[in-house]
Design a protein around this ligand. Structure first.
Ligand code: AMP
Length: 230
């Protein structure tokens, strides 16, 4: 049986991580967040963590080689046998082309852009107000999605932190990076006939429902491999 693969695209702050974490239980497939994996590598001071840190601190993308490598390793793990949700990957056309080579006949691919308006994201303080659990990566917002106990993760009880890249100056840079490097993926996946969009400015549970409605259509797409499978 083919795998169910869901790619979530969208501006920083659009809700990719929040939605991926909500729907993974319903779909019973893991969330793969390249941002979380890179932050873990930085915390563990691994060699590619050190290389990634300078890019992440500047609001720029980490090299395709590093990110493609960690995703290729991660999707080989047995918990991905039935499928997975990619949150934050691919982020460049080159990453998308590499990912195509990991698709098998019979895989079900849906690509969903969580559409969002960058001015409204800033007004709603989606990033500047974001709090994150360093233990389990659960996501909160100090204005709109507050934890039950002040600054403590509802799920695992660890103290919440602000992400170091959720700073006003870096947010603008990350939006620019998204427009220039990631947005072309919309066209890429439209051309493959697997692109969908939901309105990420709606309340969280409505966005979840829209995503699940799309996934439940079980659009089946056989992805041709760019180099003819060689
Ligand atoms: P995120 O948690 O998805 O917002 O990612 C945080 C940062 O990690 C980004 O600003 C990038 O510097 C880096 N990053 C995450 N995913 C990727 C990716 N697929 N390609 C390159 N850099 C990435």
């Amino acid at each position: 049986m083919g795998r169910k693969i869901l790619i979530l695209l969208g501006h920083p702050g659009a809700g990719k991580g929040t939605q991926a974490r909500l729907i993974r239980h319903r779909l019973q497939i893991p969330q793969i967040s390249t941002g979380d994996m890179l932050r873990e590598a930085i915390a563990n001071k691994t060699p590619f963590g050190c290389e990634a840190k300078s890019k992440m601190d500047a609001g720029e993308l980490v090299s395709d080689a590093i990110v493609n490598g960690i995703v290729a390793d991660r999707i080989k793990r047995p918990d991905c046998n039935k499928g997975f949700i990619l949150d934050g990957y691919p982020r460049t056309v080159s990453q998308a082309e590499t990912f195509r080579t990991h698709m098998n006949d019979g895989d079900h691919l849906s690509v969903i852009e969580i559409g969002a308006d960058s001015d409204r994201l800033r007004k709603e303080k989606r990033l500047i107000g974001r709090l994150m659990c360093p233990g389990c990566s659960e996501i909160y917002n100090q204005y709109s999605r507050v934890p039950q106990n002040d600054q403590i993760c509802d799920v695992c009880g660890k103290g919440l932190v602000h992400r170091s890249d959720d700073r006003e100056d870096l947010i603008l840079e990350r939006f620019r990076t998204y427009r220039e490097e990631t947005y072309p993926l919309v066209q890429f996946y439209q051309n493959l006939g697997v692109y969908h969009q939901v309105d990420g400015m709606k309340p969280i549970h409505e966005v979840t429902k829209e995503i699940l409605d799309i996934v439940d259509q079980k659009k089946k797409v056989l992805m041709p491999v760019a180099n003819g499978g060689k």
